[in-house]
Structure formats: C-alpha cells, structure tokens
Design a protein around this ligand. Structure first.
Ligand SMILES: NC(=O)c1ccc[n+]([C@@H]2O[C@H](COP(=O)([O-])OP(=O)(O)OC[C@H]3O[C@@H](n4cnc5c(N)ncnc54)[C@H](OP(=O)(O)O)[C@@H]3O)[C@@H](O)[C@H]2O)c1
Length: 339
C-alpha cells in the first residue's frame, strides 16, 4: 500500500510508521521538519506546513497520489479541510485520528459512536486547548464532507506507551518502577482511591496496528478506539506496576476528599484521576469501544505496555519532564495528613 501520514514523527505517528514499514508498505510522511525523522532512508519525508496560510503550505504534496492517508496531526477544521480537499481526488481513503473527547456529554458511562458530539460555540475559533473536542468533531465533519464513505474516523482515548512525552501514564510507571526519575520520594506512593476506579487507555502500538488494518481493508465508519470497558482499574494498574518493579513503594490509597483538599489537580497532578466531584467527566474512562474490538482492535497485556514504557523512560533524557505532576513534598504532606 502507498501510505501517506500527515505527521508521523512524535508519538502515535512513530508507531504508525514503524508498523507500516514492518508490513512492507511504502510510506511517505509530511511534517514541518522540526522533529527529527528516525527512518531517513526508509520513508519519503516531505516538508511543509499543514496550514495553507504558512508557506510553503501543502505544496510538497502536489501531484502525489496514495492508497490511504492517516491524518494524525489534525486539530483545526480549516487546516484539515485543506489537506482533505487537496487529497480528495488523489487518495482512496482518509483515516482521521480524532479523539474520544469529541462527545458533548461524557457524564454517563458506556457512550458509543452514536452519542452526540460537541459543537463549537464559535465555529471560527482555532483556540485548540479549550475547544479540543469540539474542534476534533468539526475536523471529522470536514473529512466526511470531502471523502464521504471513503472517510474513516478513529476516536482514541488516552494513548500510552513508549514516546508518550505527556507524563500521564508515564507518571505511574515512573512512580513505581523508576521513582528516582521523580526526585527524592517517600516510601509511600499516593494513589487515588478506590481501587475499583475504571481505567481505559490504548497502547499506541495497538492503535497503530488497528489504524493500518482499517486502511488496508479500506473500512469506512467511526470507531471509539480504546481498551474494552472494565478491563482495567486503578487497582489492576497498581498491581501490574508493582509486579514490574524490583522494589516498589508502599501503596497509600487516598480518598478523593483528601486529594481535593490538598489541591491536587485532577488528570494533571495525579494523571488518570478524574474525581467524582467532577461528574461531567464521569464516563470518560468507561466508553463503549466494542465496535473497534469487533473490527479487530486488540489490547496487549498491560504488563507489556508497562515494561516497554519503563524501558523507554529509563533511556530517554528526562530533563524538563514531570513539571506538572504531584511533587515529592506535596506527596509527603498528603501521606502525613492521612496518617
Ligand atoms: N495522546 C493522546 O492521548 C491522544 C488521545 C486521543 C487522540 N489523540 C490524537 O492522536 C494524534 C496523534 O498525535 P501525535 O502527536 O502522537 O502524532 P505524531 O504524528 O507522532 O506527531 C505529530 C506530527 O505532526 C507534525 N506536525 C505538527 N504540526 C504540523 C504542521 N503544522 N504541519 C505539518 N506537520 C506538522 C510533527 O512534526 P514537525 O514538528 O516536524 O512538524 C509530528 O510529526 C493527534 O491527532 C491527537 O489529537 C491523542
């Protein structure tokens, strides 16, 4: 297959390129050339900017044609529309990497692909952070308009694994397997109770394999792409982390009220933690992804994701990391206050 990847060099894209090369596909990537390209001779690396207002824009794609494009760097509908318009007559299938954040109301568990998506209050906004989900939904709509049944929408939940530089899943791996990366830590690790808290995420390599399957099979549709509901909990994650660590810290299950009083920022200070006091996000870690599982999305063992993430964290340059997660002093104070 002749495959174009819009993006490809940071995280999910890297795994997509690795997997596509392993499957024998002919891979072209399109980036600004800011992030190093790890496979210099094995991919065609085109340079430009997805935003047509930023020279040289998409000019490097002129005249090229592909069997499929995977768009893993689209956030703004105007920009996504530009690539979809340019490629509509030259690419058979457009796979857009969207997000589970598209849904308008994630307060209840079990949302499937038929749930309503968020709508932009201001359709002209390009302010990504506060409008991420609604912008992604508008990007999907732009691809659908131009590609119709030749569009495929993939909505991942939290993507985890090697090359994830966001300190989210990586925080938990570091806290248990490589605590030294987080500074001088107490022997107890603060973990948000209860252990039954449902968790959902997807290893970037499983997601990449699924996306390539969809492209190879030329499959249309929209897919929530995450681990099956209730497969993992905070408790099973902690068990897996402890099993991976030669000497792991003691586990201190801390109730939500204590964490809220201590000013711990949900999702950011303690990643994966969405407190019950924020009911609007109550279903975010409990989505129905059965359509994707039915179409072949596989979920590797959590122990494999933990081990590979741990190896990557130990090898990378950690300078500048862990800026927003719960610090050592704050963690100690919580441990002391909870006796
Ligand atoms: N991480 C998560 O948990 C999560 C969850 C749900 C959905 N998603 C979605 O998953 C996708 C994957 O993101 P990723 O960062 O891992 O993808 P990636 O393809 O590995 O990295 C982003 C790529 O886009 C390129 N790029 C950025 N801006 C560009 C521009 N204006 N023009 C051309 N190229 C540009 C970057 O290269 P240069 O810097 O060299 O330009 C880089 O290669 C995103 O669409 C994200 O919304 C992520």
């Amino acid at each position: 297959m002749k495959l174009l990847i819009l993006g490809g060099t940071r995280f999910l894209g890297r795994h997509l390129v690795d997997a596509a090369l392993a499957r024998g596909h002919e891979v072209t990537i399109f980036t600004r050339g800011r992030t190093p390209v790890p496979w210099r001779e094995r991919v065609v690396a085109l340079t430009g900017d997805r935003d047509p207002r930023v020279a040289p824009g998409l000019a490097a794609l002129d005249g090229a044609s592909f069997d499929a494009v995977v768009d893993c760097s689209g956030y703004v509908p105007r920009v996504v529309e530009a690539s979809a318009r340019l490629l509509a007559s030259r690419v058979a299938r457009y796979v857009f990497v969207s997000s589970l954040s598209v849904y308008a109301d994630v307060s209840r568990p079990g949302l499937d692909e038929t749930a309503p998506v968020a709508i932009l209050a201001d359709p002209s906004t390009e302010d990504i952070l506060p409008n991420y989900g609604a912008l992604k939904a508008a990007c999907e709509a732009a691809v659908d308009r131009l590609f119709g049944a030749r569009a495929t929408q993939v909505r991942p939940g939290l993507i985890v694994g090697p090359y994830d530089a966001t300190d989210r899943f990586g925080y938990w791996v570091a806290r248990f397997v490589h605590p030294g990366l987080l500074g001088e830590r107490a022997d107890g690790a603060v973990v948000p109770a209860p252990p039954e808290r449902p968790l959902q995420f997807i290893d970037a390599r499983d997601l990449a394999a699924f996306i390539l399957d969809l492209a190879e099979r030329d499959l249309p549709g929209t897919f929530n792409a995450c681990s099956p509901r209730a497969k993992w909990t905070m408790g099973s994650l902690v068990d897996t982390l402890r099993a991976a660590a030669p000497s792991s810290p003691a586990v201190a299950w801390i109730d939500e009220a204590t964490l809220v009083t201590a000013g711990v920022a949900p999702w950011v200070g303690l990643p994966l933690w969405l407190p019950a006091s924020e009911p609007d996000s109550g279903g975010f870690m409990d989505m129905d992804c059965s359509r994707a599982q039915g179409a072949g999305l596989r979920t590797r063992a959590l122990s494999a994701t933990v081990a590979d993430t741990a190896a990557w964290l130990a090898a990378r340059d950690n300078t500048g990391a862990w800026k927003q997660v719960l610090g050592a002093a704050a963690e100690r104070r919580i441990l002391e206050s909870s006796g």
